[in-house]
Each structure stands twice: as C-alpha cells, then as structure tokens.
Design a protein around this ligand. Structure first.
Ligand code: ADP
Ligand code: MG
Length: 249
C-alpha cells in the first residue's frame, strides 16, 4: 500500500479547473517530483494536499488515515508537513525562536512528562540539531527576516522538519537561488531520502532528474503521466507539451 494517496482531487477557481480529478500516489521513503509548465496546477495541488485550500471533490489518505476532513494543522500532526514557494518564517523573530516555536509545537505532548528544566533542554537540543542539519548555527541570533534568501529557504525547511513529517511537501525549494545555495539544498534533500517521503515541485530539471525516483507530469490540472526519469524523458506527449517548451537547458 502506498504511504500517500490523492484520489480524484478537484479544485475550481471560477470557470478554471485548476485540479482536474488528480490521482497521485507517493510511496514510503521515495522522492517523487511533480513537474509541469507554469499554471499547470502544481501549487494548487500542494495547497489541496496540505489543507491550505479546501478541495471541491476527492480525498487524501496518509498511512491509511483519511485526512480529507482535517485542517492544515491537524494534517501536520498526522505527519504531513510542507514548505512554501515563498518562505514562511516569522521575519522579526530570531532564527532560534523560529526553530524553538516549531519544535515546541510538535513536541508539546511528548515532553509533558519531563520536568520544566529538562523539557527546555530537550527543546533547545532539538532546535540546535535542526540548525546544525540546515547549516544555520551561525545565524541563530539573527532575525529571520534579514537572512539571505537561501538561508530563509533552509529555515523554512527546518520548520517543516521540526514536525517530523512522514510526507514532506516542497514547493520549489530552489526557486530564486544561486548555484551554491541550490547545491546545498539538493544535498539536503538527498540526505532526507529514506527518512521520509518527499513530494518535490521543482523547475530545475537537473535537480529533478538527480533526486527523483519517480516523476509525475501535471498539465492543465491533470496528471499526464508518472514514471521514472527515462519514462518521462521518452514520453512523446511530455516532450511536446512540456519538455519542448519549458525545461531550462
Ligand atoms: P503552478 O504552481 O503549476 O504554476 P498554480 O497551481 O499556481 O500553478 O495555478 C494553476 C492555475 O490556477 C493557474 O491558472 C492560476 O492562475 C490559477 N489559480 C491559482 N490560484 C488561484 C486562486 N487563488 N484564484 C484563482 N485562480 C488561481
Ligand atoms: Mg507554483
């Protein structure tokens, strides 16, 4: 059984069918890329899955649990976390406070049995571990809003990881990054392989082909095809609809 399944997801914006009966499965531990031209409905799909937008029809199931009626926060508690195309950190709070808040939100109940001192220590340790993993230790005292773009994106990923997701949704994590930040982000995503499943929306096709075990191609709100890199590269319709026009060299 797949870790995650979206079935028949529909989203209309007025007359526009942004998600047209989308079926999508993500397997345990896989990095699954979602590609498609601008306006194909990729962000809409992530918004439907994460619960930011209500679906007009369809359902989503994670690990056998029907998440469809649940709010975005409840979905996070069930193991579904996301990052945004535009990083969503608390800009005036320090990096440390952003991390502590995220760790605390996840750990609330699991640390309740500890004494206050111990639970504070455990929160600090968890925040520190995330900062180390995301190469943010040198900027822990800086307000998140003044960080360079690449670091803000890494902080956004750190906040999602604090929830210890089983499925992580990444909407264009490399958007607007220079080559060095991109390389670091690719390395980070690679290091998460196997730890959790990842649904990765990304325009950088080198990154997609490097990272993704499976790729689904979205066009006009519909999944055109799903398969490995060779399948997608060799798919005639993908080549004409997508690869021919959109893929950067
Ligand atoms: P992608 O992420 O693949 O570029 P989006 O999901 O952002 O595509 O958009 C899919 C389509 O839905 C586009 O035509 C876009 O203009 C439209 N759309 C997205 N969000 C809204 C919204 N909140 N209201 C109206 N139309 C929207
Ligand atoms: Mg988008």
């Amino acid at each position: 059984m797949s870790l995650f399944r979206a079935q028949g997801l529909v989203k209309r914006f007025g007359g526009l069918l942004a998600a047209d009966h989308v079926d999508l499965a993500v397997e345990q531990g896989e990095i699954h890329a979602l590609i498609g031209p601008n306006g194909a409905g990729k962000s809409t799909l992530v918004n439907l899955i994460s619960g930011l937008l209500p679906a007009d029809a369809g359902r989503i199931v994670l690990d056998g649990v029907d998440l469809t009626p649940l709010s975005a926060q409840q979905r996070v508690r069930h193991g579904l976390a996301r990052c945004f195309q535009i990083a969503s950190v608390f800009r005036s709070d320090s990096v440390r406070d952003n991390l502590l808040l995220a760790v605390q939100a996840q750990a609330g109940s699991s640390f309740r049995c500890l004494r206050r001192r111990e639970s504070e220590r455990a929160l600090m340790d968890a925040a520190q571990a995330l900062a180390e993993r995301l190469a943010l230790t040198e900027v822990l005292d800086r307000p998140a809003g003044v960080l360079p773009h690449g670091m803000q994106k890494r902080l956004d990923v750190a906040l999602a990881l604090a929830a210890r997701p089983r499925l992580l949704l990444l909407d264009e994590p490399m958007a607007g990054m220079g080559p060095e930040d991109s390389r670091q982000m690719i390395e980070l995503i690679e290091s998460l392989r196997g730890e959790m499943a990842i649904l990765l929306i990304e325009h950088d096709m080198d990154a997609v082909f490097q990272l993704a075990g499976r790729i689904s191609v979205l066009v006009n709100g519909r999944v055109l095809t799903s398969g490995d890199a060779a399948h997608v590269r060799g798919h005639a319709e993908v080549q004409s609809v997508y690869l021919g026009t959109e893929v950067p060299a």
